[in-house]
Write a protein that binds this ligand. Structure first.
Ligand SMILES: [Zn+2]
Length: 300
């Protein structure tokens, strides 16, 4: 039985259409379409790289691909300066409107890729001599996708004619073509803009957090104020009750009971002196209030 299970999705995979990685694991056809090529290009690409690749590819397809609109291009590399993204693809993959014609997982935020560099290397290994006027080179982009521990290496343009200049030592050095210089400038500018935007977003987030904390603080203070006010009102009630009971501030439970008995005797409807039962109620309420206050005071 050939084949095995896909290192990325765990599903059974046949030998046809699945790709064998250097560590012996396999990646099914469906997963391969989700994985940006740099994840599997390395000589030591592993099952973990395949897993990371699917995870990254899904996210890129969901969040980066719908936004990506190329604003500048150089060979196979296209950048989206507004969103701070770039991709490497065939020249025919991008329409006139700058949109990718088909979904691609190989889109990267420029801020996620460090050590980005553009390098020129001569196609021919023949020694460069001062007699020649130009030399055929290719341009490579390389960067490091730190989050996934993946290096992006891509030839973005072949057959670039680079003018030769004498190096003052009998030899010659090739010159960077102007359109590449301009594109590198765009790339750097894009990174700077994205960086500033990220900082501004972070600042706004911090500011929002600070304001939220202030709102909480104000709400807490307001609540504490309400509680204090309520305590004040209760104190008024206690004082009114004390006046009714003719008690000083340091009354005891015995005082309270004694005074209630006296007041009840004096104002009891059965006594004939005062017939309004509301007085008895008032005395009882005052007693409850003073008794409660006594309990609370005792706790403190
Ligand atoms: Zn799979």
């Amino acid at each position: 039985m050939m084949g095995g299970v896909c290192a990325a999705c765990g599903k059974k995979t046949g030998i046809f259409g699945s790709r064998r990685l250097p560590d012996g694991s396999r990646v099914c056809r469906a997963c391969q379409t989700m994985i940006p090529s740099p994840f599997l290009e390395e000589q030591y690409a592993s099952a973990q790289d395949a897993k990371n690749g699917v995870e990254y590819g899904k996210l890129a397809l969901e969040t980066l691909y719908p936004a990506f609109t190329a604003t500048a291009r150089y060979g196979r590399m296209a950048i989206d300066e507004r969103h701070g993204l770039f991709t490497v693809c065939d020249a025919t993959s991008i329409g006139k409107d700058g949109r990718l014609k088909a979904p691609s997982p190989g889109i990267y935020p420029c801020l996620a890729v460090t050590e980005a560099s553009f390098n020129i290397s001569p196609v021919s290994t023949a020694p460069v001599h001062s007699g020649a006027r130009a030399i055929s080179c290719r341009v490579l982009f390389s960067g490091y996708l730190e989050r996934c521990n993946v290096h992006i290496h891509a030839v973005i343009k072949k057959n670039v004619s680079c003018a030769l200049m004498p190096d003052g030592d009998g030899g010659a050095v090739w010159q960077e073509p102007d359109d590449l210089t301009a594109f590198c400038g765009c790339y750097r500018q894009m990174v700077e803009t994205a960086w500033k935007r990220m900082q501004a977003t972070e600042q706004a987030r911090q500011e929002e957090k600070r304001m939220e904390q202030e709102r909480h603080q104000r709400a807490r203070e307001e609540a504490e104020h309400q509680v204090r006010q309520k305590e004040c009102r209760e104190t008024d009630r206690v004082r009114d009750a004390r006046i009714l009971f003719m008690l000083g501030e340091d009354y005891t439970e015995a005082d309270l009971k004694r005074q209630r008995a006296a007041l009840m005797r004096a104002f009891h409807p059965d006594n004939g002196k005062v017939t309004d039962p509301a007085y008895a109620q008032k005395i009882n309420d005052a007693y409850e209030c003073l008794s409660e206050y006594l309990r609370r005071r005792g706790k403190k």
